[in-house]
Write a protein that binds this ligand. Structure first.
Ligand code: SAJ
Length: 462
């Protein structure tokens, strides 16, 4: 089995079927086609199949080179989309890149798409095939779900009749093709042989390190690297809340902290959104045994999920300081995508804040230069508003004329969730400015209960 597959890879006669043509599957399909393999893209939706076969890229947003590469591969007959699972019978390699979201209420993995794909693939799985899972999955999923389901559906045995591999994606919106070329990858095999063969295969499109490991290690690496980032961001956010409480400036302090060797304090912000960071920490701990309590991961998620609500609190506080009830206020939200200079709204934290403001009775206007329904003249949107809340640091916001903004607003309040402006700049323009992580206490810090106890102890100790 190994020699046949290696030969097919080395001679590039191996047929590749990519199951799931989203922001992970489509670029990887195009790159393997460009490398010389014959690639079939399996996609349930006929409209998407037709669009791809017309040479039209189905991926939204700005992905340098992807649309051109895809239409070229389609035109040259190297990449074709189909809804027909029968094509798997003649595939030597099947790559799955389907969504693996988290259930919003249970925070457990939602494997509907993965299970459906494996169930559809199983009956068509041919002996000698290598099956690769690129989707991000909870550690333990390869052993507890993917392997048994494929064996059951196909009647074949892993490592005897087919190879099973988990090679988690490391794509980032806006740089999909570049990342596949340049990012190091772990290649997890259900056997060392499987990992070795998969490394040979990925070498055709990956110029960075390919590290062969077992499946559990690969599952842990991917979910842990994003949980690590989530915890780092949560630390920065908690420091922002502490600085507000103590009347300090977290942005100045962060810069000084990062002058210390080996410190890389992340950026506090109005929220943590996207397709990876809010999800992967939950995948990481999904199969932890009941005896193990992942407190830090849960706490970091709670801190980051709270940030849009904290932005709403800052808004309400500042409005009430000038005597405006939230129910009578008109709020302008600046930024709705999850990341600056991008049009991706998955897990938008601004959506969380907008919903909260609506429940408080506020009128809300949204502006985002990257989201079609929220584009338009910012100053027109700002007319008559009582507060502008900056949630996403789109490049265009840095050039906002605060003096003009002041003129068109009914009440000139500006809440800055990303430190795009500084208070002196905003106040010079006549705005009432409140920055995330910038405390407004008077110079003398009010002592908290703990500090008071320490003071009393010192008095008694004389
Ligand atoms: N964020 C902060 N403070 C920070 C960094 C990010 O509040 O210091 C927020 C962002 O505003 C955003 C969210 O976190 O809402 C996620 O930002 P991100 O920069 O992590 O971007 P993502 O979600 O596209 O993350 C992807 C991940 N890549 C993969 O999963 C393959 C992540 O591992 C990368 O580190 C990240 O891209 C990257 O560095 O660009």
């Amino acid at each position: 089995m190994k020699d046949n597959l290696l030969r097919a890879i080395e001679h590039q006669t191996a047929n590749l079927v990519v199951l799931g043509l989203g922001y992970v599957g489509l670029p990887v399909a195009c790159l393997f086609a460009q490398a010389g393999f014959s690639v079939l893209g399996l996609e349930r939706r006929q409209d998407k199949v037709d669009k791809i076969n017309r040479g039209e890229c189905p991926i939204d947003g700005k992905e340098p080179g992807l649309a051109e590469l895809m239409s070229q591969m389609v035109a040259e007959g190297k990449f074709t989309a189909t809804p027909d699972y029968q094509v798997c019978k003649s595939a030597q390699i099947v790559l799955l890149a389907v969504e693996t979201p988290i259930d919003p209420s249970t925070k457990k993995p939602d494997y509907q798409a993965l299970t459906a794909a494996l169930t559809d693939l199983g009956p068509h799985l041919a002996r000698g095939t290598m099956v690769i899972i690129e989707s991000t999955i909870a550690p333990g999923t390869m052993a507890m779900l993917v392997k048994p389901l494929l064996e059951e559906q196909s009647g074949l045995r892993v490592n005897e009749d087919f190879y099973l591999v988990h090679c988690p994606e490391r794509v980032m919106p806006g740089k999909l093709l570049a990342n596949i070329h340049n990012c190091h990858r772990v290649v997890g095999g259900m056997s060392p042989e499987a990992a070795e063969i998969a490394c040979h295969f990925y070498r055709y499109i990956v110029e960075a390190n390919l590290d062969p490991v077992d499946c559990l290690t690969a599952e842990l690496v991917k979910t842990m690297e994003n949980a690590y980032r989530d915890v780092q961001i949560a630390f920065a956010n908690e420091m922002a809340l502490l600085c507000e409480d103590m009347g300090a400036d977290v942005w100045q302090i962060r810069e000084l902290v990062n002058k210390s060797p080996y410190r890389q304090m992340h950026l506090p912000g109005a929220g943590v959104g996207g397709h990876c960071i809010p999800k992967d920490p939950w995948l990481l701990i999904a199969n932890a045994s009941y005896g193990f309590e992942p407190r830090m991961i849960r706490t970091a998620r709670a801190i980051n999920d709270h940030m849009p609500l904290h932005m709403a609190d800052l808004t309400l506080e500042t409005l009430s300081e000038v005597g405006i009830e939230i129910g009578q206020a008109k709020v302008l939200v600046l930024g709705y995508s999850y990341l600056e200079n991008a049009d991706d709204t998955r897990n938008s934290f601004s959506a969380v804040m907008v919903e909260h403001l609506h429940t408080q009775g506020a009128e809300v206007v949204i502006h985002d230069p990257w989201i079609p329904q929220y584009q338009g003249d910012l100053l027109e949107r700002a007319a008559g508003c009582d507060v502008a809340v900056l949630m996403v640091k789109h490049q265009s916001y840095y050039h906002l004329d605060l003096g003009l903004l002041r003129k068109v607003m009914r009440t000139p309040i500006f809440i800055d969730g990303r430190h795009v402006f500084d208070s002196a700049q905003a106040q010079a323009a006549g705005l009432i400015y409140r920055g995330l992580g910038q405390g407004t206490k008077p110079v003398g810090v009010e002592l908290g209960p703990l500090t008071r106890a320490a003071e009393l102890f010192q008095e008694q100790a004389g």
